[in-house]
Design a binder for this molecule. Structure first.
Ligand SMILES: *Cc1c(COP(=O)(O)O)cnc(C)c1O
Length: 389
């Protein structure tokens, strides 16, 4: 049968997968920075870092121009390079493992727990070798990895942890903010993330020595002293955040709690409509219903295996119905770059299955409950029309 999305309507505007919410105060603040005569790294970055540090309970924080270089720099500060193995998840944005290659170390993929879709900590210890130096876990969609178990493993085996918390700004673990404890914690402020600086990121560090090194790696390794002193000890890069971007971040932080609360409310609405016997019978995989710790960076379903339509066609039909979706993510170890390193099909079966069938549905603070109803109606209509008899 041919199916058209039930509630496709030219009257409804396109509902994107995600969209940042930037208020007028922030836009005016950006204009002020642009007129100020100082637009690259300066007082706004310092102010943003101070606010971030306060948010993370006083830990040192430095801001950067991405949530990728933050992880690369954390690895460099930890002295992780050629010969070292770093354990990570195959179900993430490819940045998570690219940074391991960037510093010359070897990524070791450990499969996910299909329920949480995060690194399966039960499998981590078996992957530790004498060359293992660090673990990079990811809080996929904002659902926090079990920090107690993670840090216990790291402590027992003397490993560094670089938390890829790109998606979990605003999430908590047992009442504590992600980033306020642990080892290195990396966040991204890409426009798709829960708060944005357009492009940007920040790294939470352990002490001022690490923070000083982070500053060196951030800008060509340069150390300035007095009026004319300059020294270079490490090979740094060009990773500094601009004041314009930092001003956007300052304006975003004000709304963080409101954004998180709204995302949780919308996720609840998805559950009310999808966690029913009728929809359950369709075999749709739902995320963990965590409304206290997760910041609901994304709402992702796993399409049922028996579907007679490809995921790409589900996405196309939803798009025809005015609804944007996304895939976060295909399993990293099956990308050509990683296959060249010896990774292959079957190495991480849960990540492979989830990566092939996962689908992110629209979720952002400016959405309404009616938008959720619209998405669920369209999705369920497609699933029902393409189920095996
Ligand atoms: C967004 C993201 C990154 C990279 O952040 P950028 O700011 O785009 O460099 C890394 N890891 C995960 C899990 C992400 O979602």
């Amino acid at each position: 049968m041919t199916a058209t999305v039930s509630n496709a309507s030219p009257l409804l505007p396109f509902l994107p997968l995600t969209r940042p919410t930037i208020d007028d105060e922030t836009i005016a603040g950006v204009a002020e920075v642009l007129r100020s005569g100082w637009i690259t790294s300066g007082p706004q970055v310092k102010a943003f870092e101070a606010k971030l540090s306060e948010y993370f309970g006083g830990r040192p924080v430095r801001a950067f121009n991405s949530g990728t270089c933050t992880m690369e720099i954390a690895l460099r500060i930890a002295g992780i390079g050629p010969g070292a193995e770093v354990i990570t998840t195959p179900l993430s944005w490819v940045a998570t493992s690219n940074v391991i290659l960037e510093v010359g170390a070897t990524p070791v993929f450990v499969d996910i727990d299909p329920v949480t879709r995060n690194l399966d900590l039960r499998l981590v210890e078996a992957a530790i070798t004498p060359a293992t130096r660090a673990i990079i876990p990811v809080d996929l969609a904002g659902l926090p990895v079990d920090r107690d178990r993670l840090n216990a493993i790291a402590k027992k085996h003397n490993l560094r942890v670089v938390e890829d918390a790109a998606q979990s700004f605003g999430s908590t673990w047992k009442g504590r903010r992600i980033g306020s404890f642990g080892d290195f914690v990396s966040f991204s402020f890409h426009p798709n993330k829960n708060i944005t600086t357009i492009e940007g990121g920040c790294l939470v560090l352990n002490d001022e020595r690490e923070a000083g090194l982070a500053e060196q790696y951030r800008l060509q390794g340069v150390i300035r002293s007095g009026f004319d002193g300059m020294e270079v000890e490490v090979r740094g890069g060009k990773f500094n955040l601009t004041d314009v971007a930092a001003r956007v971040g300052i304006g975003q932080l004000v709304h963080l709690d409101k954004f998180t609360a709204k995302r949780r409310e919308l996720a609840r609405a998805y559950f009310e409509l999808l966690d029913t016997p009728a929809v359950r019978a369709l075999g749709l995989g739902l995320p963990v219903p965590d409304f206290t710790q997760s910041n609901w960076h994304m709402f992702q379903v796993v399409l049922p295996a028996w579907l007679t339509i490809k995921r790409a066609d589900v996405m196309a039909k939803l798009k025809d119905g005015g609804i944007g979706t996304g895939v976060h993510y295909p399993a990293i170890h099956l990308f050509a770059l990683y296959r060249q390193l010896g990774w292959t099909e079957g190495d991480c079966p849960h990540a492979e299955h989830t990566g092939r069938n996962i689908l992110a549905l629209p979720l952002f603070p400016a959405m309404t409950r009616a938008d959720i109803t619209r998405v669920v109606g369209a999705l369920v209509f497609i699933l029902q029309a393409h189920s095996k008899p």
